[in-house]
Design a protein around this ligand. Structure first.
Ligand code: NAD
Length: 354
């Protein structure tokens, strides 16, 4: 079997970590047909857009992609390519596992958590009006009439849509993931005590969905309490499912608990398409130096292997990554206690340890 996978090198450090990931995945013996698609800085220069249609067409065709980070230019007309890809392909689930890698400096050990973040709605829906806009003035008036509450005249307005449809599919995703991966518990994270209708809906739906999965434990936590509990008793938690904003924040918190962005993988998953990418960005100051840690994208590649059912290869890559980091000899600057190696040399060492 040959797997056709769209490979988006991205920009900044993207091409380097993408090359490193390709080296390791090719070394598993599984056959990949890589469809390389440029996006980001490179295509702004050559095609006038950071996201050519051909990139989305390719992902729709292969249904699988590995993506390096892409810079979001500040103050230009271009919106985030990363958000655009998620929206265009309706990649509704953002999956971010956080598992301790021995040898990576962290104040926690034995962390094994999975964040399942709703990826399409909530305060990230992009419905926002500037304080001095006509739209905000109209929204303030309209909302004041509806609610009987006054809104300060200098307020910007943002909207938080939470739907039954999107809540149901993300909570189902979390339970299906838990079942397929032998996890014991799903915790729904929310602030339903304050946002009774939006987060309240999320929680109600989560409880309904949980009733269909009696083999997996279910509980809920208020998001502020969740943060404290994660700092004090992370071992009590397993799979955490939540709306977009809390998921964005808590997944970075959990990445910090395993030692940072260099080792934190991720995936954006839709109904029949999945895009695998590290949590970190394009770190432009390190671009072209063969310096940064490739592990986050390599572990995103492990998630891809599991997604396509290649469990044995996934285990082998994960074991090799752990072995190389624990040995500490062929690791990048951020993991090294003494001498370090470059991005490609670390990837070659992981490939050789498979
Ligand atoms: P960043 O993750 O690129 O870098 C922050 C710092 O983290 C770096 O300076 C570096 O010290 C460290 N770091 C990141 N990745 C590392 C790695 N693999 N190995 C070692 N150290 C690493 O975050 P930023 O500086 O906020 O963002 C830079 C650009 O990336 C922005 O344009 C942002 O919009 C974009 N971004 C893209 C994505 C994506 O493509 N999914 C995600 C986040 C940010």
């Amino acid at each position: 079997m040959v797997y056709r996978v769209t490979l988006i090198p991205g920009d900044g450090i993207g091409p380097e970590v993408a090359q490193a990931t390709r080296t390791v995945l090719d070394a598993t013996g599984i056959e990949f047909d890589w469809v390389v698609q440029d996006a980001g800085d490179v295509t702004i220069a050559s095609q006038g857009t950071p996201l050519p249609d051909s990139v989305l067409d390719s992902i729709r065709e292969t249904k699988l992609a590995i993506k390096g980070p892409i810079t979001t230019p500040i103050g230009s007309g271009f919106r985030s390519v990363n958000v655009a890809i998620r929206k265009a392909l309706d990649l509704y689930a953002n999956l971010r596992p956080a598992r301790t890698v021995p040898g990576v400096k962290s104040i926690f050990d034995n962390i094994d958590l999975v964040i399942v973040r709703e990826n399409t709605e909530d305060l990230y829906a992009g419905i926002e009006f500037a304080a001095d806009s006509v739209e905000a003035a109209q929204a303030r008036d309209f909302l004041a009439t509806l609610s009987g509450k006054t809104i300060r005249a200098d307020s910007a307005i943002g909207v938080k849509p939470i739907s039954d449809t999107c809540s149901r599919r993300i909570v189902k995703f979390a339970f299906e993931y838990a079942r397929a991966n032998g996890r014991r518990k799903v915790t729904a994270v929310h602030k339903a005590n304050i946002m009774k209708f939006t987060d309240g809906l999320f929680l109600d739906v989560a409880r309904e969905v949980a009733a269909d999965y009696t083999d997996i434990e279910f509980e809920d936590r208020i998001v502020d309490n969740m943060c404290m509990q994660l700092m004090q008793k992370p071992e009590l938690y397993d799979v955490l499912v939540m709306p977009n904003l809390y998921g964005d924040i808590l997944s970075d918190l959990c990445a910090g608990m395993i030692g940072g962005l260099g080792v934190a993988p991720g995936a954006n998953i839709g109904t029949d398409v999945a895009v695998f990418e590290a949590i970190h960005g394009s770190a432009p100051k390190y671009a072209g130096q063969d310096k940064v840690n490739p592990v986050a994208l390599i572990l995103s590649g492990v998630m891809l292997l599991r997604h396509i059912g290649e469990q044995d290869a996934a285990e082998r890559v994960e074991k090799a990554v752990r072995h190389i980091i624990a040995a500490g000899k062929h690791v990048t600057y951020d993991l090294a206690k003494g001498d370090s190696v470059g991005t490609q040399a670390m990837a070659a060492a992981i490939a050789a340890a498979l």
